[in-house]
Design a protein around this ligand. Sequence first.
Ligand code: MG
Length: 204
Amino acid sequence: MRIGYGWDSHEFKSGIPLKLGGIQVPHHSGLAGHSDGDVLLHALTDALLGAVAAGDIGTHFPPGDPQWKGADSGRFVEAALKRVRDAGYTIANMDSTLILQEPKISAHAAKIQARLAELLQISQSAVGVKAKTPEGMGTEKAAIAHVVVLLTRKAKRGERALRVAEAVPQPVVDEIVEKTLQSSIITPRRKVRLTSSAGRRQKS
Ligand code: MG
């Protein structure tokens, strides 16, 4: 099991689209950045990369690189998710908190949650989206995002097969083996007898 944490902030700039959690939120200002400025997706990318010790968003997508100018930050999340999977992990859940003066996020939280679930290919019930105003912090000109993710190790092929085998009741296993032996055109050189312990065979 692994935990990942990401944090990011971007400054508001008037007259540009506001992207938050992969959706466009109607507002008079957006978040300035080399990419689309999606502070929530940047924090999520860092949380995913951090969980598998794979560096940070700046390492993989340098802000000076022209190919990321105006880029959809969903691409960063998808690339980080691939790193997570390649490392042998799957996402159990994520949680997030946005801190911004305006706009109010409550009207858009469900849509953001749905988009995050889609990007991460997990259930919406595993995606937390929360927002607060920056009481006394003096960060009214910026949006801040905090994200945590929990990863669990993906079962390997052999482990999955073993779990399935263990879940099959012994009488059913006995019957399958008997039928297979009876229907086989190859006569077994040695007769096998099943013991009561799951999945074990013993020579007679
Ligand atoms: Mg950023």
